[in-house]
Design a protein around this ligand. Structure first.
Ligand SMILES: Nc1nc2c(ncn2[C@@H]2O[C@H](COP(=O)(O)OP(=O)(O)OP(=O)(O)O)[C@@H](O)[C@H]2O)c(=O)[nH]1
Ligand SMILES: [Mg+2]
Length: 223
C-alpha cells in the first residue's frame, strides 16, 4: 500500500490540491483514502470530502510526524484493514517534516499485513506568497523542499511570472535534485501529472543515516 504525502506550509493549497488529485486517481479506478492532519482550529470536513467517493479520516490534536505518530500509524493500519486502499494520500500539518511522516507511516506495518511504499514526496510552494514565506519561515520551507522528490509550484493562476521565477530559483538552490512542476489546484493544472507520479513512482523508505547527512549538509551550508 502506498502512502503519498502532500507537504507544504500553512495555506499553500494542500487540501484543495489533494482533493483534485484524489478525484483523478479515483476516476482511474484506484481505491483512495485520505488522511488530513489539522493542528489548528479550522478543520476540514471529512464528510464533505467523502461525497467525492473517497474515504477520509481527520486526525487532530498534534502533528502526525512526531507528537501523535502512533495514532497516525493506527489510522493507516485501520484504513488498510477495513477499506484496502491502493493509495492513502496524506495532508500533513503545514509544519510537518516529510521524513518524520515516512517513519510514522512505516510504524503501521506492526499493525497490519501490508508493507508500506512511499509515493514521491510532493511539496507545494505557494507562488503568491513566496516573499512572505522566505522572510518569515524560510528554514521550515527549505526543509520541506529539501526532502521533496517533486516540488509543485502552486497557485500559478494567481502569481506573477516574476514570483514564479523566484520560486523556481529558490527551489533549485535548496534542492537541485527535485523535479519541479507548476500548476494550480484551483484550475486543475498539473493535477493529472501528479496523479501519474503517485501511481507509478516510488520514494525511498525512511533511512536515519541519509536524513542525518542531509540535515548536516543543510546546516553546514547555512553557517
Ligand atoms: N489562486 C489560488 N488559490 C488557491 C489555490 N489553491 C488553494 N487556494 C486558496 O488558498 C487558500 C488555502 O487553501 P487550502 O487548500 O486550504 O490550503 P492548505 O495548505 O490545505 O491550508 P492549511 O491546511 O490551513 O495549511 C484558500 O483560500 C484557497 O482557496 C490555487 O491553486 N490558486
Ligand atoms: Mg488543509
Amino acid at each position: 500500500m502506498k502512502i503519498a504525502q502532500i507537504a507544504g506550509f500553512l495555506g499553500s493549497g494542500k487540501t484543495t490540491f489533494l482533493i483534485e488529485v484524489a478525484r483523478e486517481l479515483v476516476s482511474r479506478g484506484h481505491r483512495i483514502a485520505i488522511i488530513v492532519n489539522d493542528v489548528g482550529d479550522i478543520n476540514v470536513d471529512a464528510k464533505f470530502i467523502e461525497t467525492y467517493g473517497l474515504k477520509a479520516k481527520e486526525i487532530s490534536g498534534g502533528c502526525i510526524c512526531c507528537q501523535i505518530a502512533g495514532s497516525f500509524a493506527t489510522t493507516v493500519a485501520t484504513l488498510y484493514n477495513t477499506f484496502k486502499p491502493d493509495i492513502i494520500i496524506v495532508e500533513p500539518s503545514g509544519v510537518a517534516i516529510p521524513w518524520g511522516l515516512k517513519r510514522a507511516a512505516e510504524y503501521s506495518e506492526e499493525e497490519m499485513e501490508a508493507k508500506i511504499e512511499h509515493a514521491p514526496v510532493v511539496t507545494l510552494v505557494d507562488a503568491v506568497r513566496i516573499d512572505e514565506l522566505l522572510n518569515a519561515v524560510r528554514r521550515l520551507v527549505e526543509t520541506q523542499i529539501r526532502e521533496a522528490d517533486i516540488v509543485f509550484i502552486n497557485k500559478i493562476d494567481a502569481a506573477s511570472p516574476e514570483k514564479i521565477r523566484r520560486c523556481e530559483e529558490f527551489v533549485k538552490t535548496v534542492n537541485p535534485r527535485a523535479k519541479i512542476m507548476y500548476g494550480s489546484g484551483r484550475t486543475n493544472q498539473g493535477v493529472k501529472e501528479i496523479a501519474t507520479a503517485m501511481e507509478s513512482e516510488i520514494s525511498p523508505r525512511y533511512d536515519e543515516a541519509v536524513e542525518q547527512e542531509l540535515l548536516r549538509k543543510q546546516y553546514a551550508e547555512g553557517q
